[in-house]
Every structure is written in structure tokens, then in C-alpha cells.
Design a protein around this ligand. Sequence first.
Ligand SMILES: *Cc1c(COP(=O)(O)O)cnc(C)c1O
Length: 370
Amino acid sequence: MYTYSSPRLVTVRPEMDRLAQYAPGESLEAFSERTGIPIEDIIKLNSNESSYEPAPTVLQALSNFRNYNNYPDANSTALRNSLADYTGVDGRHIVVHHGSAELINLLWHLFLSVGDNVLCCPPTFSLYTSVTTFCGAHVLEVPRKPGYELDIDAILDALTPETKLIVLTSPNNPTGNSICEQDILTLLDTGRIVIVDEAYVEFADNPHGFAYLVPQYENLIVMRTFSKWAGLAGLRIGYALTPEWIQAYMRRAQCPFEVNVAGHIGAIETLKALDYTLDNVRRITQERERLYALLDSYSFLHPVPSQGNFILMRVDEDQVSVREIRAAVEAHGILLRYFSQPEMRDFIRVTVGKPEHTDKIDSALHNLLP
Ligand SMILES: *Cc1c(COP(=O)(O)O)cnc(C)c1O
């Protein structure tokens, strides 16, 4: 056996060394292996997926389809037409992509050069930071106020000539609150590209979000996904509502056939079965209120009101530690989201599931009472 040794002349870009890998919620497989609990007994409430399956007609259409041997329609014409009906925004403003995580990757690479920055308001979705680093750019963090509203004055003060993007999440993950129109209009006035991530908008009191503003502005992008409300996280399908000039660049930068055929079918059929899917959304928002009341009834938990399909709670560690709660719920097969950032260490996020999942959480927490 020879081992060859060739000179290593090329290294990755220098900023790759400060790139922290995005840590997604633990998978069913990994949790099962770690705990010995069989996959079918696990209650997965750590990644804000839907606990409800897609409509039966969606599953039927996916299995009836016979043209998987052909590439998808690269223009996504049928899906963009359905999305135009659903959002009320003309198809010229719609770009379909494989998940909004990938939309973030695409948009960030369109706008950021090395040395630029992105303004974001933690606590929020941490993928924005990893992708920013991947672009050789930096994140400007303007923390939210107590109660988690945006600190608009601090945002305006923080902007630099290198600030290209302002990213806002509405409802915000993990705090669950929505943004008001006036704040968006103020930020649009800065001339920066304002990106509103509406991954959870269907669960909000105003489920239409800010789509209606897109045709009126040259610097507003709204991102949406079928992962959360529509139960299609596994098919990876998302879309952006953008000004026409930006959508032209996005289409150019996309690889051909990026959104697969199954994703197209899943999304189109979901929009045809809208009543079915929105019934499930309603079940989830009702359950959210019951889960909130339940969590609030435990003296060691301080849940935050939410417009999403999840609830953030602060743990009063003088009474019970996050570690003890984690052990108790994991013994019941329940997977929740924990945080490694220092300012979020005493928080836990739980996805709203079915009523029986709430009951199971109650049983697990009950064991912790003194
Ligand atoms: C879950 C989530 C996403 C990712 O959605 P995909 O379409 O599944 O990639 C994007 N933004 C936020 C805020 C999320 O919580």
C-alpha cells in the first residue's frame, strides 16, 4: 500500500474558519439512538414541523404521478399561478425555491460581498448568521426590547454604509411575536433590502402578513415556506415574494431544476386542498392556547405568548433546572428545542402538537412538582 502525498496549494476561503455549523433540532433517528426509544414512540416537538400529515389528496397525487423520470418545469408556472391566487400577489413577483433555508442562502449570496453586513434582531433564527458568515459578511445584532419588540431607534443607529440587508422574522422564531406595519415601513425607508421571513404567518392573527406590500416597494422581500403550516417539511418547498428586478437575479442565480417534482406536486395539491390544511392550522392554533395555559400553570415556567406553532418559555432555574425538565420530558419520549447561546440557556421552545402531545407534556412536567 502506497500513500500518496501531494502538495496542498489551495485552502478554503479564510472566512470559512469563523463559520459555525447551523445546529438543527435533533432528528428522530438521532434521538432514538441516544435514548433507546423506538421512533414510533417519539413525540417530536423540536423543529416546529406539523404533527398533521398533508391532505390525503396530496399523498394520492404524489403516488399517482408517473413522470418522475422527467425534469420539473423550470419556470414552476403551475405552482406560481396557484401561489398568485393564494397570496394575492402576481406571479411576476414569485420565486419558488427548495425551502426557505435555501432561499436565505440564495438571497444572501445575491446581495452580500465580503465585508458587508446584515442587520438582525436576536433572539431570532440562527441560520441568518451562519449564511452571513458563509458569504464573508458580518451580522450586526440589535437585540430586541424586553417583551421582544424590535428596537427601531437602535436599528436605525446601527446601520452602516455596508449594511445591505435587514432581516426580520414575523412571527419571530423563537419568541413568537409579529412585527407591525409601521416598523416595516420605517425600515423600508432606509433603502436597505428588507427581508421578512414569514415561515409561520399562517398561524398568526393576521395570516396574510405583508405580502400586499411587495408590489409597492423595490426593496421588500417576503419569504414563505410549506414546511410548517402545510406539513411538507420533508419535501423542501418555499417561495419568495420579491420586486421584479430582484426575482430576475434570483432566477438567474438558481441552479436549473432546483425544486423537485415532488415538491411542486405537494405544494400545488396542498393549495387545492386548502380547507383541509387550514383546518389543521386551526387545530394547532387552538391547541397553542391550551398548551400556553398549561405551561403557565407551572410556577417554574414562564411561557411567552405566541403567534406561531410553537411556544418559548423561560425556566425559573431557582425552582427546577432546564436539565431536570429535559430529563423528565425525554423519559416520556418528548423532544424539545434547547439553546446553546448564553442568553437563551434558561429557555426551552416547544412546538404545538396534537392534544395528546400536550397531555403527555403535562404528565412529564407533573413529576417535577415538589
Ligand atoms: C423553519 C424556518 C425556516 C426554514 O424553512 P424551510 O422552508 O423548511 O427551509 C425559515 N425561517 C424560519 C424563521 C424558520 O423557523
